[in-house]
Design a protein around this ligand. Structure first.
Ligand SMILES: *Cc1c(COP(=O)(O)O)cnc(C)c1O
Length: 369
């Protein structure tokens, strides 16, 4: 077996240890000191064995985020994209306005869905810079009394990230903050209780595709609009602990293993140290060779998860992708709206992957500059 370094944006690389454990348990699931004689994906979602996975995964998520009983973790489907609709359907009541901070393609898509539901206000937008920089605190103009403020903490396509929202003065004590954290959840410590609702497709940083995690203040789910389809009401998930219908059992089980891996590796502080060290290896090359490598994101807005950069021309960019692939590094082609290269280096990317990429970048430059 020879695994390559996968820098793809998502579904993305997962810790090898987790994959090995999943493999070892796959045919005959161990539970409560016994072998179950079947796979976790073959058993009832109402079984004791699965219930333990459901409970433990929620408990570990809350422990990592430092959240108490007023929060609930929901295991849903439909991707972050379904949350773009579900958030306004549940919270954007007639006569109210929802504020959106636009920092990239994903926040634009979230806004487009909210517009179908009710009144919206763009509180700030980085579009003029092709989302190379995040809005400064003074550029954020909230509406009078927003029903919620929606932001995207990490902009997967453009490579920008808010790791600390305190300087934005969004007043979490007064306003309901809703965040799309699909591409940076659990990558660093942050004040999770600043947010009323956090959502994330699991497939970038914390698990496989097929699972969307929602972390919400429980009381927000009360009092749903009864005309909404049952599966689009958060209450359905809070009330039934994500077991109203069949949840994506395999994905929840794998994410549960990733959470244990994060806990074993220093929790969120451990992830931050790991991710900072990895990102530094790549940004240092970009910064020390500005004639060859040009970062898309401005340095003050840079993401530790997705590093976007250009080369002197498109031919070299195509060549870079091709030669990197041959050297055992895949998924480096940038998104078409930025062009160039993108290295996605989520929690699961080992430091050795970033060291290999940094070495390759120097070598490629020396051969082509
Ligand atoms: C990938 C991504 C999405 C879309 O997620 P799906 O699970 O495919 O719907 C939304 N927001 C961000 C920030 C993303 O990175």
């Amino acid at each position: 077996m020879s695994r390559i370094f996968n820098f793809g944006a998502g579904p993305a690389t997962l810790p090898l240890e987790v994959l090995e454990e999943v493999r070892d348990e796959f045919l005959d699931y161990p539970f409560d000191g016994k072998q179950m004689g079947m796979s976790i994906i073959e058993m009832s979602h109402r079984s004791k064995a699965y219930d333990a996975v459901n409970e433990q995964t929620e408990a570990d998520m809350k422990e990592l985020l430092g959240l108490g009983d007023d929060y609930q973790v929901l295991f849903m489907q439909g991707g972050a994209t379904t949350q773009f609709s579900m958030v306004p359907l549940n919270f954007l009541k007639a006569g109210r306005t929802a504020d959106y901070i636009l920092t990239g393609t994903w926040s634009e898509k979230a806004l487009a869905e909210a517009k179908k539901v009710g009144d919206t206000h763009v509180a700030a937008s980085g579009k003029d810079s092709n989302y190379a920089r995040l809005p400064q605190p003074k550029e954020i103009q909230l509406s009078e009394n927003p029903v919620y403020i929606h932001l995207t903490t990490n902009n997967t396509i453009f490579g920008t990230q808010w790791r600390d929202i305190a300087p934005l003065n969004l007043n979490p004590g007064k306003h309901l903050l809703v965040a799309d954290m699909s591409s940076d959840i659990l990558s660093h410590p942050f004040k999770a209780d600043d947010y009323g609702l956090i959502y994330a497709g699991a497939q970038k940083n914390i698990g496989p595709a097929g699972l969307t995690v929602v972390i919400m203040r429980r009381e927000l789910a009360e009092d749903p609009d009864p005309t909404l389809p049952i599966m689009l009401q958060y209450k359905t998930f809070t009330k039934h602990k994500s077991l109203y219908n069949t949840p994506p059992v395999f994905a929840v089980y794998i994410m549960g293993k990733v959470l244990k891996w994060i806990k074993k590796n220093g929790g969120l502080a451990g992830m931050a140290a790991h991710n900072e060290a990895k990102a530094k290896l790549i940004y240092d090359i970009i910064d020390s060779h500005p004639d060859f490598y040009k970062g898309h994101a401005t340095p003050d807005s840079r993401s530790l998860m997705n590093i976007t950069f250009r080369l002197p021309n498109e031919e070299l960019e195509a060549e870079f992708v091709k030669q990197a692939q041959a050297a055992g590094m895949s998924g480096l082609k940038g998104h078409r709206s930025v062009g160039g290269l993108r290295a996605s280096i989520y929690n699961g990317m080992p430091k050795a992957g970033c060291e290999a990429l940094a070495r390759f970048m120097l070598e490629f430059m020396n051969n082509n500059a």
